[in-house]
Design a protein around this ligand. Structure first.
Ligand code: MRU
Length: 346
């Protein structure tokens, strides 16, 4: 394994081991998941986060669930496990990779012969994991072709190895372009309220000796105005069939600012993040999380208890703001329904 970020999701000694992303970068510690309930908590509590990483984790969660259900009742485990799949689906609502991975595993379950399901399901989960890494490397290289030499880029949230099976989507493009010496500066914004940019993206890039400059979220417009930014590069939690993008709160603001400053806006996501079942971003459920994520920092209150709080953790960027949607199947410039339909058939 090349870096600690590549150990975010590991199947080891018959169980799932997750890097606890809540504690990074000050502590590098791991959480053991032996049961599906452990996996659900880990997803809900952000031990593991990022759309593809949530999907991969859920696939391993199905393996743990099947082990218990089969031991309890070899005759009815296929019916019994449905409750676990439903519970996992509810852990976080916006990232479609969760549903995507559970559907893949459900399909595998329905095609299994009688007998212990664990070896086959484990093999399927491992394939989902490896294919995600491969997809990220492929889309990373595709995305890098869009950058010209001496590009400066800004990324939001963490769409890196930590947020995926490995390598990353937005950070996959940045890794590939940096390796090709096309990038002169990488900016990461802090990404309030959870600080995925400060805590995770900066840590992950520096682990691989890739220099990064942190900015406050509120510095983005000034950065675009003063530093000749070439691209904003982000990941996605769900892309609707018309190209609207759900991603970390603040993505939409960046897209609007980018348009104003003639900065190009790239969304890097595997096709497992594209939801062909919905027409537009209006159909995407936006997760709202607890007030304390805004009113406190590391358990220390920073705002009055009585303040009202609105904490949506994702937003929708309309497709018209997206210069390019980069997937492992290719690049879609100015994405729309027909272009997305074509690439999904490919
Ligand atoms: O709340 P999070 O940290 O799970 O949100 C993550 C993001 O918004 C990422 O940008 C997205 O999942 C893409 S990860 C490759």
């Amino acid at each position: 394994m090349s870096s600690l970020a590549d150990q975010a999701i590991v199947w080891q000694d018959n169980h799932l081991v997750l890097l606890d992303q809540r504690e990074l970068p000050s502590d590098v510690c791991f959480i053991d998941c032996h049961e599906v309930a452990d996996v659900i908590h880990a997803i809900r509590d952000m031990v593991v986060r990022g759309a593809p990483a949530i999907g991969v984790t859920a696939a391993f969660g199905v393996v743990l669930a099947a082990r218990v259900r089969y031991q309890q009742s070899p005759g009815s485990w296929r019916q019994d496990i449905e409750q676990d799949l439903q519970d996992m689906l509810l852990a976080r609502p916006t990232a479609v990779n969760l549903r995507w991975a559970i559907e893949k595993m459900r399909n595998e379950i329905s095609n299994l012969p009688d007998g212990d399901p664990e070896p086959s399901l484990l093999s399927k989960a491992q394939t989902i994991h490896q294919e995600d890494i491969l997809a990220n490397k492929t889309l990373g290289d595709f995305g890098a072709t869009l950058l010209t030499n001496e590009s400066t880029v800004l990324t939001h949230c963490n769409a890196g190895a930590l947020a995926t099976g490995g390598y990353g989507t937005a950070l996959g493009v940045i890794r590939s372009a940096y390796a090709q010496e096309k990038i002169t500066a990488i900016y990461a914004d802090e990404t309030r309220p959870w600080f995925q940019g400060t805590r995770l993206t900066a840590w992950e890039l520096l682990q691989d000796n890739i220099p990064v400059t942190l900015i406050c979220d509120s510095a983005a417009a000034s950065l675009m105005r003063q530093k000749k930014l070439a691209w904003v590069i982000v990941g996605a939690d769900r892309v609707a069939s018309n190209g609207d993008v759900a991603n970390k709160i603040g993505t939409y603001s960046l897209a609007v600012m980018a348009r104003q400053h003639n900065v190009k806006f790239m969304v890097a996501a595997p096709t497992s993040t594209i939801d062909m079942q919905i027409k537009s971003g209006d159909d995407i459920e936006i997760e709202e999380r607890a007030d304390y994520e805004i009113t406190s920092l590391r358990d220390q209150p920073i705002g009055p208890d009585d303040a009202g709080v609105w904490n949506p953790v994702f937003d929708i960027t309309p497709a018209e703001f997206v210069t390019a949607l980069v997937t492992e199947k290719g690049v879609i410039k100015a994405p729309n329904s027909s272009k997305i339909e074509a690439i999904m058939k490919y």
